[in-house]
Design a protein around this ligand. Structure first.
Ligand code: PEP
Length: 260
C-alpha cells in the first residue's frame, strides 16, 4: 500500500513569500509513479495559496485544525473559526485534528475533538486524528500507554459508527507520543510498531475500520526508514523536519527507494 507522509508546518514560516518558496521547492519532489501520498499542512493564512496551487500536482493539502460547525443562514457566529465546508471549497483534502499542541496550548478536549472529527467526516473532509501518550504515562510502561491511547480513541471516535460512510481512506490516525514531538528523541521503532498494531486491532474490532496509522515524533531523513520499513506503519507525520525542504525531500526520496 502507498505510504503517506505529512508535512505539518505548524506555525511556520513567517511570511507568505517564504511559504510559497517552501511549497515551490516541494514541487521538485520525485515521487516515482506517485508511490507516496505527500500531504502539506500549512497555517490557515497560507492555505488558499497552497491548496489551490497543489491542485495540479500530486501533493495533497491539509488544514492543521477545523471547527465543528458550518455556516448557516443567520449562523456562523463562531469568531475566528474555520468550517469543514470552507475547507472543502478550497480543495483541502484533509484536516489534522487533535494535535497534542492544540490539546495542550488551546485546551482542546476529547469531546471537542470528537465533534470536529464527526463534522469533518460528514462534510467529506478526510481526517488525520492525532493521539499519543505523555511521558509520565509512558514511564509507567507499555500497558499504561496503550490504555491511554485506547481511551483517547474511544472518546475521539465516539459515535463514529453512526456516520454513514467512513471509508478506509477517510480516517487516518497519527500515533504521536507527546514526549517524542519536537524533542529530537523519537520513539523506538519497535515500540511505535507495537502501538500501531494495537491501534489497528482496536479500530477493526470496535469500528470495523481498516484505517491507515502513521507514526509522528522527531522523524527525519536518518530515522524514517526505521519506521516505514514495517508494513503496518503506513507513513509519518513530520513537523520540524518538514520546514527544511531539503530534509523533507530526502525523507520522501528514502521512502521511494524503499518502495522500489
Ligand atoms: C508534529 O508536529 O506532529 C511532529 C511530529 O513534530 P516533530 O516532527 O517536530 O517531532
Amino acid at each position: 500500500m502507498k505510504k503517506m507522509i505529512i508535512a505539518n508546518w505548524k506555525m511556520n514560516p513567517s511570511s507568505i513569500k517564504e511559504a510559497n518558496k517552501l511549497f515551490d521547492s516541494l514541487l521538485t519532489i520525485k515521487n516515482n509513479d506517485s508511490k507516496i501520498e505527500v500531504v502539506v499542512a500549512p497555517p490557515f493564512v497560507y492555505l488558499p495559496f497552497i491548496s489551490l496551487g497543489s491542485e495540479k500536482t500530486d501533493i495533497k493539502c491539509a488544514s492543521q485544525d477545523v471547527f465543528w460547525e458550518n455556516p448557516s443562514v443567520g449562523g456562523g457566529a463562531y469568531t475566528g473559526e474555520i468550517s469543514p465546508k470552507m475547507l472543502k471549497d478550497l480543495y483541502v483534502d484533509y484536516a489534522i485534528i487533535g494535535h497534542s499542541e492544540r490539546r495542550k496550548y488551546i485546551g482542546e478536549t476529547d469531546e471537542m475533538i470528537n465533534r470536529k472529527v464527526k463534522a469533518a467526516l460528514n462534510e467529506g473532509l478526510k481526517v488525520i486524528l492525532c493521539v499519543g501518550e505523555p511521558l509520565e504515562v509512558r514511564k509507567k510502561g507499555k500497558k499504561a500507554a496503550m490504555d491511554f491511547v485506547k481511551n483517547q480513541l474511544q472518546k475521539d471516535l465516539k459515535d463514529i459508527k453512526k456516520l454513514s460512510v467512513v471509508g478506509r481512506r477517510s480516517l487516518v490516525i497519527a500515533y504521536e507520543p507527546i514526549w517524542a514531538i519536537g524533542t529530537g528523541v523519537p520513539a523506538h521503532s519497535n515500540d511505535a510498531l507495537e502501538m500501531i498494531k494495537y491501534i489497528k486491532q482496536l479500530l477493526a474490532k470496535s469500528y470495523n475500520l481498516k484505517a491507515r496509522v502513521l507514526y509522528g515524533g522527531s522523524v527525519n531523513s536518518k530515522n524514517i526508514i526505521d519506521f516505514v520499513k514495517h508494513n503496518e506503519i503506513d507513513g509519518a507525520l513530520v513537523g520540524g523536519a518538514s520546514i527544511n525542504s531539503k530534509e523533507f525531500k530526502k525523507i520522501v526520496e528514502k521512502i521511494n527507494k524503499l518502495n522500489n
